[in-house]
Design a protein around this ligand. Structure first.
Ligand code: AMP
Length: 286
């Protein structure tokens, strides 16, 4: 695996690949790689002869009271993992290599950035859209791989690409879970043993929601109440939101008449976890 720390190095390494017309795939990450990330890398490998992975903990997408400093950065393990996966290029810049002294330009995907996580993390999706746009311009990938784990991020990025006519194909990838259903996340390592035992309650609640819909419930409010009860019973310290939204607009749905996305953010101890599940009106999950 070749490692680039500057934009110039990325361009130099990828220039011959681009000239040779080889398809370049990008997997943007914040590192602390796990099987969720590796599933994106594997999918990218099957579709692209050149696989680039970015590892960048983007400070601008963290709020003032969030875990920027505590965020895990096991770079040697990550590089070994990328090597093992046959990644061609890892871009792991320092903050200054990406932003210089400052940045005055941002990309904002209105509306889609406002509900769900956006309501609780002001400015988060502007920072996400901006760094993703920058990474697309730095790497100029033909395709980029995003996990449904961060469903709102996927929707925001897709819309940015459509609105700005960016020449990159966005490839969504399914959520990878632990055996007990907990969605894999770099933040799971913050959980105490007890919290780790409790955290699968989030997925249990999503499944319970899907089940209630399968049994014919059409009132989103009633499904949300049922899901919130399950999360609370599972030991969550705090529920940030339980929402049922339109999978394209992310607007709250009152009556479940077509495909919806069940979305949850909840704290176990001081660790904030998110998860989601696609459900159609018949209750089948996707
Ligand atoms: P992160 O490093 O958390 O910014 O995630 C980088 C990419 O990996 C994003 O597109 C995430 O949605 C994706 N990802 C993270 N966890 C998972 C997971 N459990 N399953 C699938 N994709 C994931």
């Amino acid at each position: 695996v070749r490692i680039a720390e500057t934009i110039a190095q990325v361009r130099e390494i990828l220039l011959p690949e681009r000239r040779a017309g080889r398809r370049i795939g990008l997997v943007p990450t914040m590192g602390a790689l796990h099987e969720g990330h590796y599933s994106l890398i594997k999918k990218c490998r099957t579709e692209c002869p050149v696989v680039a992975v970015s590892i960048f903990v983007n400070p601008l997408q963290f709020g003032p009271n969030e875990d920027l400093d505590a965020y895990p950065r096991p770079i040697e393990e990550d590089l070994a993992g990328c090597e093992e996966q046959g990644v061609d290029l890892v871009f792991r810049p320092q903050v200054a290599a990406v932003y210089g002294d400052s940045i005055l330009t941002t990309v904002q995907v209105r509306e889609l950035s406002e509900p769900l996580c956006g309501e609780h993390r002001p400015g988060h999706f502007d920072a996400v859209a901006t760094i993703v746009a920058k990474l697309f311009n730095i790497v100029q990938p033909d395709a980029a791989y995003f996990g449904e784990k961060d469903y709102q991020q996927l929707v925001v990025v897709r819309r940015m690409v459509a609105d700005l006519s960016l020449p990159v194909q966005i490839v969504p990838c399914p959520i990878v879970r632990e055996l007990d259903g907990l969605a894999m996340s770099s933040r799971n390592r913050y959980l105490s043993d007890e919290e780790r035992q409790q955290a699968p309650a989030i997925f249990a609640a999503l499944r319970a929601g899907a089940e209630v819909i399968a049994r014919g419930e059409r009132d989103a409010r009633a499904v949300i109440v049922r899901m919130a009860e399950r999360i609370r019973a599972g030991g969550a310290t705090r529920i940030e939101y339980v929402s049922i939204v339109d999978p394209r607009t992310l607007a709250d749905v009152a009556e479940i008449a077509g495909p919806v996305r069940l979305c949850v953010a909840a704290y176990f101890g001081s660790t904030r976890l998110i998860d989601n599940l696609g459900v159609d009106a018949g209750g089948s999950e996707h």
